[in-house]
Design a protein around this ligand. Structure first.
Ligand code: HH2
Length: 259
């Protein structure tokens, strides 16, 4: 079965749960709940990357993330950051995966850090930057372009000394893409699974679901479940979700039917 990555957003402004887990004790308790619900990995982040989000200062991001990673040590933890200082401190505190939405382009030192520390790295596709990425994104063929980007980023990570078996890839659902681009990526996910690296997918509560039916971020569980089941059936290896218990049940059922 695909692995589940539970989202722990230690932020005031994440698009679906901003402010709920800004207090470290609340974030740690939430992470423990997600583990009890069957999360295989916890993705701890201190900076929202929602469309329009403003960057967070390094000291603030460190203050949010490090105590939560420390408090959850023992679990498999990824740190959702593009800053090398935050990644380094999180690794010291127990994280073993760096989830970098810039695919190692945001900080010139990040690739070397990941190589040196031997951690796994998630290379995610994003067109532009969060502040502006949803302003009219255009592709000739979104799947071909995402795939070519990921191939180039894999080569760059390898050249920096990251071991091949530490590299995971992610098409970045919602990062510089229209709803139709996201649907096309899900429809043709098999073409990305062919890259031969673990494939991470994050559709959870995202706005392309709301664009289909008008639902608000907290009302998108049905669309989250449908999209994660499709993604798992198409070869996704890691599903990044907020609602671990519900998605786990859906995947268990899908696995039982499909074998
Ligand atoms: N999506 C979000 C954040 N990080 N990382 C990867 N690898 N893939 C994703 O699809 C992805 C990600 C956005 O979701 P969320 O963390 O809930 O929101 P926010 O960025 O507002 O904190």
């Amino acid at each position: 079965m695909a692995k589940l990555m539970g989202v722990v957003n230690v932020t005031p402004d994440s698009f679906s749960d901003g402010g709920l887990y800004l207090d470290p004790a609340a974030a740690i308790a939430h992470g423990q709940e997600l583990l009890a619900a069957g999360a295989d990995i916890l993705d701890v982040g201190g900076e929202s990357t929602r469309p329009g989000a403003e960057p967070v200062a390094e000291t603030e991001e460190l203050r949010r993330v490090v105590p939560v990673v420390e408090g959850l040590a023992g679990a498999t933890i990824s740190v959702d950051t593009s800053k090398v200082a935050v990644a380094a401190a999180a690794i010291d505190a127990g994280a073993s995966v760096v989830n970098d939405v810039t695919a190692l382009r945001g900080d010139p030192e990040m690739a070397a850090l990941c190589a040196e520390r031997g951690v796994s790295v998630i290379l995610m596709h994003m067109r532009g930057e969060p502040r502006t990425m949803q302003q009219n994104p255009v592709y000739d063929d979104v799947v071909d372009e995402v795939r070519a980007f990921l191939v180039e980023r894999i080569e760059s990570a390898l050249a920096a000394g990251v071991a091949e078996d530490r590299i995971w890839v992610d098409p970045g659902i919602g990062f510089g893409k229209t709803a139709e681009h996201n649907l096309e990526l899900l429809r043709r996910l098999g073409e990305l699974a062919e890259l031969g690296r673990p494939l991470v997918i994050g559709t959870s509560r995202k706005s392309f679901i709301g664009q289909l039916d008008g639902s608000a971020a907290r009302e998108r569980l049905g669309g989250t479940i449908a999209s994660t089941v499709f993604a798992a059936a198409a070869g996704a290896d890691v599903l990044r979700v907020h609602d671990v218990a519900e998605v786990r049940q859906a995947l268990t059922l899908a696995d039982a039917v499909l074998g």
